[in-house]
Write a protein that binds this ligand. Structure first.
Ligand SMILES: NC(=O)c1ccc[n+]([C@@H]2O[C@H](COP(=O)([O-])OP(=O)(O)OC[C@H]3O[C@@H](n4cnc5c(N)ncnc54)[C@H](O)[C@@H]3O)[C@@H](O)[C@H]2O)c1
Length: 278
């Protein structure tokens, strides 16, 4: 048992010194955090495949990667996207499992759980949680067949650590992603597969930037959002991409099962507490 664990550890450290080109699949990679991650991984030398419901061919050409159309809430499409990565590059070395985020998936109704529509609940869970499960299911099965294993990063949120008012299903899905991350890490550590997650706070994505700029008082809106953080600013998409690249890399080869907040310290604060308590 110990000998086999040591052999795997040796393989792991050998793998880190082999300079073969790795493949990475980024789901929901056409815009926002996914785009920043896809660009960063391409800079790091990965062959990047972007899977998204919106056309990502231009971005794929720019980063010399590939684009596949796939809806993460459809298990067969996730399976097909992974099969395409393997058919093209021979293996799936890294998977960034974003799920999706837009007004609909945060939850189209901003109401308390007691008033939440059942169908809307199911839709949020189907995309945010089941979508990440499908990526894990097919990604893990593929990586477990590979000598070299692989590395996965799932996308949680600071909403995966705290109750967010009127965001019940989104919050539930982001907590569950942390749980799946832990379960997968312990189940597949012996297959040389690491599974971690990221928990960003509200980031300055193009979408949020637009929201701030179009608000009646952009400076006040920015300060309001950033005011929840210990560092009074909004993380940039690049900050999340850098953390993702680190977790996927061999520099993090003994880090598995964890959720890394990229939150400007917001989780350290007592939410909504009067200034003197913070
Ligand atoms: N933006 C933030 O501040 C923030 C903070 C914490 C967590 N997150 C998490 O990060 C992830 C991405 O967020 P974002 O703000 O970059 O989102 P975004 O809305 O800017 O981008 C989402 C991407 O996913 C794609 N997409 C939508 N539905 C899809 C589907 N069914 N299948 C495949 N692709 C689909 C979209 O086309 C788009 O390219 C989400 O899981 C979100 O919960 C974001």
């Amino acid at each position: 048992m110990l000998r086999s664990a040591l052999r795997r550890a040796a393989t792991r450290s050998c793998a880190s010194s082999v300079s073969r080109q790795k493949s990475a699949l980024v789901t929901g990679g056409v815009q926002g955090l996914g785009e920043a991650i896809a660009r960063r991984l391409a800079e790091d030398g990965y062959k990047v495949v972007i899977a998204d419901v919106q056309d990502g061919q231009m971005l794929a050409d720019e980063i010399e990667g590939r684009f596949v159309e796939a809806d993460v809430s459809e298990p067969r499409q996730v399976q097909a996207a992974i099969a395409e990565v393997v058919a093209t590059f021979g293996s799936l070395d890294a998977l960034v499992n974003l799920g999706r985020n837009n007004a609909g998936v945060v939850g189209s109704q901003q109401v308390r759980l007691g008033d939440y529509d059942v169908e809307d609940w199911k839709r949020v869970i189907d995309i945010n949680l089941n979508g990440v499960f499908y990526g894990l299911k097919y990604g893990l099965a593929q990586m477990a067949q590979q000598e070299t294993g692989g590395s996965i990063v799932n996308m949680s949120s600071t909403a995966g650590f705290r109750g967010f008012i009127n965001l019940g299903p989104y919050t539930a899905s982001k907590f569950a992603i942390r749980g799946m991350t832990r379960a997968a890490a312990v189940e597949y550590g012996n297959n040389n597969i690491r599974v971690n997650a990221l928990a960003p706070a509200a980031c300055e994505t193009p979408l949020l930037k637009g929201f701030i700029e179009n608000s009646p008082n952009p400076m006040m809106t920015y300060n309001f959002l950033a005011g929840y953080h210990a560092i009074p600013a909004l993380p940039q998409v690049k900050d999340v991409a850098d953390a993702c690249a680190f977790l996927l890399s061999d520099q993090a080869r003994y880090i598995t099962g964890h959720t890394l907040p990229v939150d400007a310290g917001t989780l350290c604060r007592v939410a909504n507490a009067p200034e003197r308590f913070n």
